[in-house]
Design a protein around this ligand. Sequence first.
Ligand SMILES: CSC[C@H]1O[C@H](OP(=O)(O)O)[C@H](O)[C@@H]1O
Length: 362
Amino acid sequence: MRIDGTWHRSVRVDEADGWSVRILDQTRLPWEVTWLRLADEDQVAHAIRSMQTRGAPLIGATAAYGVALAMRRDPAVLETVCAMLAETRPTAINLRWAIGRMLAALRNIPPGQRAAAAYAEAAAIADDDAATCEAIGRNGLPLIEEIAARKPGQRVNLLTHCNAGWLATVDWGTALAPIYMAHDAGIPVHVWVDETRPRNQGAALTAFELGAHGVPHTVVADNAGGHLMQHGEVDLVIVGTDRVTRTGDVANKIGTYLKALAARDNGVPFWVALPHSTLDMRVRDGVREIPIEERGAAEVTDLTGRTADGRIETIRVVAAGSPAANPAFDVTPARLVTGLITERGRIPATEAAIAAMYPEKA
Ligand SMILES: CSC[C@H]1O[C@H](OP(=O)(O)O)[C@H](O)[C@@H]1O
């Protein structure tokens, strides 16, 4: 996506040396655009754990390049490095999907050929994600066009939660891809951006992305979405996801389930955008089976921001001595999901529709 008019991917091989990996440090956004240079698999693992790089498809692609960095150093460590990277975050299935693809591509070839093959497979994963997300944009666009046709001359109001844009993928994004395409096609869109406590991916990342692309948006507190829906201010909710089960249950950033409940109560369509790499056909009951990442209490008790004189500071916003819990995801049952926007088309969130759309996975 564009930053200051220049098109960027969110992970790439450093063109200067041809082997290290460049990522945006998303913990410094929106205040600083800082590109990090990762030189080994441990730096990749840290970047994923610390959320310097985050977003289900993007952590998969970045982990794939982590395997390539390891193969360049020592092709004998394939199984070990894949196991280590797979454990960096538990909920997004894309991480295991990408590592599984790397293992399949590398385990049966001679160690001396693994580095080149690893970089090729990681690049193929990144290219696949970019193309997949662009297709998701094309398949989600008609949802926005249909609303625009019903309200000529008025803006289409969407709501999204967390960041499922370009910064969560290699390019385009999932939930934001149809919005970018609608904006670029001249459809008047406006996005209510959930701040998305505690990591503020909405306020910091989605707002940054939409602003950089010139898409009108308004940041709101997480708890404002239901009120906006009650007052007819939301025509459509589109969110991303970290894992969708074979029955259509959706794991996504904490708070998504509450938005789905408010959408259902107010008759607002609630769509989930996902690439094929986010499907987990091994799981039927998302609430019971999907592992929910528990992150540190400090993400809830502390807040990082920029002071009036430009310093980036972290302060405590919770009473001293009070403990905090930090489940990072929740699961929205398929019954609350209007439909799934995939690279192959739009489908209802049902087992039959998913199996028909992805027969090779069924
Ligand atoms: C394109 S799906 C992105 C998905 O990943 C995010 O999680 P995190 O920021 O913790 O990596 C969030 O759940 C988004 O919806």
